[in-house]
Design a protein. Structure first.
Lengths: 172, 172
DNA sequence: GTAATTGCAAAGGATTTGCAACAGT
DNA sequence: ACTGTTGCAAATCCTTTGCAATTAC
């Protein structure tokens, strides 16, 4: 535990200045709140929800209203520095683009809700081929594979299937 | 316009009996409301929201509470006959599995919100390969490609890019 | 008859918005 | 100084839930 950490500055993320630049570019004020919110998001590779961002702000001793967090996240997404996701747990989650691979997708465990990232160059090819076939101009994609992660399987978790036992084939 | 249509039954979808069977299998009552709601969903290949389902029920002269629609959709999804989607417009949308290809994904136009389906067998391969690499047991996937559809492009629509003009590369 | 569903209205949870006080340029 | 942001609380949106009356089996 280094003594320096006691009163050193809050270790601003190296990506923060990109956000500052964006704000200036757009003629928007660079406020303390926006900087701190952005720094929280840039300081982790997790997929944070607004509530979680609020919690981390509290840990830092910052008292920032939820509304401001929502408003800042909107700008961050528009800036292209952050992406929003909906993993189906009821709220949006945010992820900055400097974590791992620039383009990646997600494995979502339906039991423990863990999210793992993966990269698939072939997928980009599929995106191009399919788009061309439909005259579609793609800007981004989103692929989620839902299922059970390795840990949950080891712990013997199984998915209860409540669907029809005898599927659609006998449409008599 | 055929005279027969005037007092013929409401042309029950051929898939309705699968839902009836599911209800019986589960020991659940087969109610009129459940049948009509399911029939509305089975009668189109569109991706309907609860509000839209309610509207079509009104058109048919049926007066069914929203709560019942929500509760029925829950059962339909659990039965495996219907899938729910979140295309990012604020509410869940539902789609039965007898429309086109059994497994398919979606092109979502960010301008006119039109959703086009496509099929990609390679994608299933990717799902398998990636899952195996991570010891993941996949149950389903969801791929959406967002962008501009052909019609919107013809009409000269372009996506306004509001992101950083000079991207991330110069992280000094 | 019994147990489950229905429908209404009220509750719920995430997100948004209105507005007076305030901070950034 | 002027314009835009902040923060609170109230409003909004979709969705869920409680409960008395009703329906399926």
């Amino acid at each position: 535990m280094s003594v320096a950490s006691i009163d050193s500055p809050p270790a601003a993320s190296p990506y923060l200045h990109l956000f500052r630049r964006y704000l200036k570019q757009q003629g928007l004020p660079v406020t303390q709140q926006r900087e701190v919110v952005a720094d929280v998001v840039f300081s982790t590779t997790e997929h944070l929800s607004v509530e979680e961002i609020e919690a981390r702000l509290k840990e830092r001793g910052e008292r920032i209203g939820k509304a401001t967090i929502y408003r800042t996240m909107e700008i961050l997404v528009r800036s292209g520095l952050v992406e929003d996701h909906d993993f189906g747990d009821g709220f949006k989650r945010y992820e900055h683009l400097f974590g791992g691979q620039p383009v990646h997708d997600h494995l979502v465990c339906t039991h423990c809700r863990k999210v793992t990232e993966f990269r698939s160059p072939e997928l980009l090819r599929i995106q191009d081929v399919v788009s061309r076939e439909h005259g579609f101009a793609p800007t981004r994609h989103r692929l989620e594979i839902h299922g059970l992660c390795a840990e949950c399987q080891e712990q013997g978790v199984t998915v209860a299937y409540n669907g029809l036992t005898c599927p659609a084939w006998d449409v008599a």
